[in-house]
Structure formats: structure tokens, C-alpha cells
Write a protein that binds this ligand. Structure first.
Ligand SMILES: NC(=O)c1ccc[n+]([C@@H]2O[C@H](COP(=O)([O-])OP(=O)(O)OC[C@H]3O[C@@H](n4cnc5c(N)ncnc54)[C@H](OP(=O)(O)O)[C@@H]3O)[C@@H](O)[C@H]2O)c1
Length: 322
């Protein structure tokens, strides 16, 4: 079968569309025929050796897959060939077929398509965990989302609205601001004069919860725009700069800096992760959240697609199809 193979940690151009061994249905393994594969910003970091974990090389990147069960191992009881499912992986999803442990497989209800199922896993899963367990967002609170048209950002906008917050989306271009507005942000602004704008929009009180997948200079502005008892959620550093933080700001403004690591959360708290996914799927079926799928591309185009995601050129979710 074909897969996208990283022979070594290297720039995205070095990824190969190549032959890769067929997965086997042994023990608790479920073999899935991929119909949609989610592209995530961290996939691009992983192949360059810039992510928190480094798999043994050569390896296949990719963490989200949805499709039909093709075969199951003799210990598998919850799914059978023909079932439509989605799965979360540490890596390995950029392939025509994957083998995953039964415990990581979710059966998909009829109301949810394969592309949307992929988007709900990492993008929406991260935003949901961040706002619910880490940010403890409450109805009526003000939520500020940076990168509000990106995969995690647009999810945070929709989930923030589903949780009853007033959402201020921040994005860099007209087109991206349009996407954030259509996703439900109450107010959408650019990054210019961010600190003053957030002060004005919150009548001087500052924001209750901030969702920051960008880092860099906009983190500095956010850390000076937090309200009393606010929670500044550290999601990622898409700007490429990990900011430094003056801890006196947390003292003076009485707010908390809260780290969010969704991948670790899924492994350390699998029951809570499963509950979260159930809630997200319920919200999707009820029409409260609807992934923004920018486009679907052939699996072989993964390097170009990843380049666009890491180059600030994408909105919402991008999907690969074998
Ligand atoms: N903590 C976790 O558990 C977790 C989970 C998933 C992802 N992440 C991390 O969160 C970050 C964002 O992920 P994502 O899936 O939302 O990515 P994405 O879809 O590419 O969105 C990132 C957003 O960041 C903004 N950005 C600002 N400067 C950028 C630059 N120099 N290059 C690229 N984007 C830039 C862009 O919006 P504007 O142009 O509007 O600024 C873009 O829409 C990544 O660092 C990723 O590794 C963390």
C-alpha cells in the first residue's frame, strides 16, 4: 500500500509518497481503510523533529483517520468489518490503511461524515479540553481566541459559543476574519493594538479566558489584557516564537497561566477524553458545532498541504484522501 513516509527528521520537501508494509489485524488491532485523514499542524512539527515526541525513523506521520473497518484481531469485540469508525493515533495515519488498538477506535453515528469526524478529534478535542477542563469557561464569560480561523482556533470559537461565552476572535486577514465570524465569534478583530482593543471591548475589565495557539508578540499583548481570576490557556506557538512571561503580571492581575497538552490528556485520562468526544459528537449532531473543512486533497499532496498549514496559508481543517 501507499503512505507518506518520513525517512528521517527533515524539511517537509523530504517526505515521500512511497510503498509501506500493509498493516495486520492481530490481537486487539483494528485495521481501518482510510477514507479521510486529518492534517494537523503538529504533524508538520513531528516530521521535522520539532515536536515533543520523536518516533523511530522511518515512520508515517498523521494522527487522525476515519473510514471503514476492514479486519479485526481475535481479541476485538466492539467493532466488526464494515463498521464506520474514526481513530486517534500518535502517528501513522497518512496511509491507505492503518492498524490501531481497539481502545482508540470510535464508532461513528450516521449523522457525522468522515471529514467532520477527523476534524472533531484533534482540533475540536484540544479546544474542548482547553475550555472545559483547563479553562473552566462559564456562561457569560468573555473568551478571546487568537488564530480564530485556524484548526484549533475556529473550534474554540464554536465551542466557546456552545458553552455560552461572549467570543472575541482575532485573525490576521479579512478572509480569516470572515471565517471566524461565520463560525460564530461575536466580535472579530485583527492583531493591531490588541491590548488596547481588548481593553476597549471588555470595558476595561480584561478577558476572562484567552485561548492562545499563536504565542510570540500576541501572547505578550494577551498577558496584559487578562481580567481578574482570568485563565490564559497556552495551546501552541504557531508564530514560531515561544514567549517569555513576566510572572509579576499574573500576581498584579490575579490571573492564571494554564498549560494545555491534549495528546497527554487523551493518554492520562482516557475516560474523560471519551466523555469529551461523546459530548462533541452530541453537539455536532445537535448542530452546535460544525467543522470548517477548507479542502480535501490526494494523500500524495501531503507535503504541499502541510507547507500551507505551517506557512499561515490555511483556514479550518484540511483533509487528505488516499
Ligand atoms: N496544546 C495542544 O494540545 C495542541 C493541540 C493541537 C495543536 N497545538 C498547537 O497549536 C498551534 C496551532 O495549531 P492549529 O491546529 O490551530 O494550527 P493552524 O490551523 O495552522 O492555525 C494556527 C493559526 O496560527 C496563526 N499564526 C500566527 N502566526 C503564524 C505563523 N507564523 N505560521 C502559521 N500560523 C500562524 C494563524 O492565524 P492568523 O494568521 O490569523 O494569525 C493560523 O490560523 C500549533 O503550534 C500546534 O502545534 C497544540
Amino acid at each position: 500500500m501507499k503512505a507518506i513516509v518520513a525517512r528521517d527528521f527533515a524539511p517537509l520537501d523530504k517526505l515521500e509518497y512511497a510503498d509501506w508494509p500493509e498493516p495486520e489485524a492481530k490481537g486487539d488491532a483494528v485495521v481501518i481503510g482510510a477514507e479521510a485523514i486529518g492534517v494537523n499542524y503538529p504533524d508538520g512539527l513531528l516530521v521535522q523533529g520539532l515536536y515533543q515526541m520523536r518516533p523511530e525513523t522511518p515512520f508515517v506521520p498523521g494522527m487522525e483517520v476515519a473510514g471503514k473497518v476492514l479486519a479485526v484481531g481475535d481479541k476485538v469485540a466492539s467493532v466488526k468489518p464494515g463498521d464506520r469508525v474514526a481513530a486517534l493515533m500518535t502517528h501513522g495515519a497518512y496511509a491507505e490503511k492503518v492498524a490501531v488498538p481497539e481502545a482508540t477506535v470510535m464508532k461513528l453515528p450516521d449523522g457525522i461524515g468522515n471529514e467532520d469526524a477527523c476534524a472533531l478529534i484533534c482540533g475540536y478535542g484540544t479546544a474542548h479540553h482547553a475550555l472545559k477542563q483547563r479553562g473552566e469557561l462559564k456562561p457569560g464569560e468573555t473568551l478571546c481566541v487568537l488564530g480564530a480561523s485556524g484548526a484549533t482556533g475556529v473550534a474554540a470559537v464554536q465551542i466557546g459559543k456552545a458553552m455560552g461565552a461572549k467570543v472575541i476572535g482575532v485573525a490576521s486577514t479579512e478572509e480569516k476574519r470572515r471565517v471566524a465570524g461565520e463560525a460564530g465569534a461575536d466580535i472579530v478583530i485583527g492583531y493591531e493594538n490588541l491590548k488596547d482593543e481588548l481593553k476597549r471591548l471588555t470595558d476595561g475589565k480584561g478577558v476572562d479566558v484567552a485561548f492562545d495557539p499563536v504565542g510570540g508578540e500576541s501572547f505578550d499583548a494577551l498577558s496584559r489584557s487578562m481580567g481578574w481570576k482570568g485563565r490564559l490557556l497556552i495551546i501552541g506557538f504557531a508564530s514560531g516564537t515561544i514567549p517569555k512571561f513576566s510572572v509579576n503580571l499574573a500576581l498584579v492581575k490575579g490571573f492564571s497561566l494554564v498549560g494545555v497538552f491534549w495528546g497527554s490528556f487523551t493518554q492520562r485520562e482516557p475516560e474523560v477524553y471519551a466523555e469529551n468526544m461523546k459530548e462533541l459528537i452530541g453537539w455536532h449532531i445537535a448542530g452546535k458545532v460544525k467543522p470548517v473543512i477548507e479542502g480535501t486533497y490526494p494523500l500524495a499532496q501531503a507535503p504541499e498541504v502541510l507547507k500551507r498549514v505551517l506557512g499561515r496559508g490555511a483556514t479550518g481543517k484540511l483533509i487528505l484522501k488516499p
